[in-house]
Write a protein that binds this ligand. Structure first.
Ligand code: ADP
Ligand code: 5GP
Length: 211
């Protein structure tokens, strides 16, 4: 029986290493589809249209929202971010595990709309390391870094809404751990109800000759 993929939501403080982890996961294992979000923020140096994000104007973003083309959206530090619907739904149907790397407000909206979604929170090894990574990335001004750290303090209040946390200390180890959590989720009883029911029916036919 062909199984549908799992919708995997990955959140974490800015600078925790979510983007790095997602790229490593997709590179290391098959069966993942990474959703590319739409954003109104400006591209950072080295970012490419359609690879990290679809970079759009506020007008285009709102147009997409109006067409129900986003499964969720949120405003983060002054910019809009949203997940295009079509890619997510077609990839799930094809049996791919779809990765959404999104912040907490969006994550909670996804959980409401798709209760079977798996929510994972990426932690840095320490708050000090988080600041170092954020500064070391060299993509934001000191003011934006401060804003993002303040936002982290807010986001930390919502971690209990997630199903799992992983600590991104060693990148390879964290990638393996993330993959194991997702593999294990495929075997959860609640995600296999149809398969279980089919087995009951097959047994009925075999033992009693009835459908
Ligand atoms: P996020 O997407 O969560 O904002 P990034 O993936 O951009 O974070 O990572 C932030 C910075 O930390 C980058 O410079 C990245 O190279 C670095 N980084 C990510 N993971 C690790 C790790 N496990 N160990 C050390 N540095 C890391
Ligand atoms: P950044 O500007 O660092 O790329 O992203 C800022 C924050 O927005 C991160 O926490 C990232 O996970 C989140 N984000 C990226 N895409 C989306 C999206 O489509 N929806 C929501 N809700 N958050 C997103």
């Amino acid at each position: 029986m062909k199984r549908k993929g799992i919708l995997v939501v990955v959140s974490g403080f800015s600078g925790a290493g979510k983007g790095t982890l997602m790229k490593n996961l997709v590179k290391t294992y098959d069966n993942y589809a990474l959703s590319i979000s739409m954003t109104t923020r400006q591209p950072r140096e080295g970012e490419e249209e359609g690879r990290e994000y679809f970079f759009v104007s506020e007008e285009t973003f709102k147009e997409k929202m109006g067409q129900d083309g986003l499964i969720e959206f949120a405003c983060y530090c002054g910019n809009y971010y949203g997940t295009p619907r079509e890619y997510v739904e077609t990839q799930l149907e094809m049996g791919k595990d779809v990765l959404l790397e999104i912040e907490i407000q969006g994550a909670l909206k996804v959980k409401k709309k798709y209760p079977a979604a798996l929510l994972i929170f990426v932690m840095p090894p320490s708050a000090e390391q988080l600041k170092k990574r954020l500064a070391g990335r060299g993509t934001e001004t000191p003011e934006v870094i401060e804003k993002r750290l303040c936002r982290a303090l807010e986001e930390a209040k919502g971690i209990e809404s997630y199903d799992y946390i992983v600590v991104n200390d060693d990148l390879e180890m964290c990638t393996r751990e993330l993959h194991s959590i997702i593999r294990a989720a495929h075997n959860a009883v609640g995600r296999n109800e149809e398969w279980i029911e089919n087995m009951r029916q097959e047994l009925n036919v075999l033992v009693k000759g009835e459908k």
